[in-house]
Design a protein. Sequence first.
Length: 199
Amino acid sequence: MFTGIVKGIGKITQVEQTKDNYRLTISDSSLSFQPGDSVSVDGICLTVVENSNNDFQVEVMPETVKRTNIKQLKLSDEVNLEPALGVSDRLDGHFVLGHVDTTGILLAKEVNKNAYLLTFSIDPGYSKYLVEKGSIAIDGVSLTIISITEKSFQVGIIPYTSKETILGSLQVKQIVNLEVDILGKYILKLGLRGSLNVK
């Protein structure tokens, strides 16, 4: 489990593909990962399978490839990194599982005083889980939703978030990983079950 508070930015140094399985090598000098550790890579919960010097490797299975932007990653691309949440750690963001639901596309990027406003597309099947002032993880970053339509939503980031994550360098039409708030999923499901008197 994670909180959506990115702790470092890594760089893709190698991409190996065998059919729908991927093995990524990621370089990062600010964080230390050991084999068996869970790490959020652009919001995707992956397991470290090997490490050496400042690099570590993760493997990605077909289901994850299908749900995420893994296919778009290439050499020298930067990725957001977050170690798994420790029992005694502060929860500064929201509960992020690292189980990406779907991808979205950056539709617009604008400056509003000290904030950058980012508008993303989202599959209508997932927009039902979004609420204004609720949380969403975008490439592993915990953010607050400003507004929602059936097929899009808008968030804002401050200069610090722009600098300390890869969100500041996103370009219009770029694909991102989206994870909706797991609490909203459970609440909606329980509410529907209750309205249908399902036991």
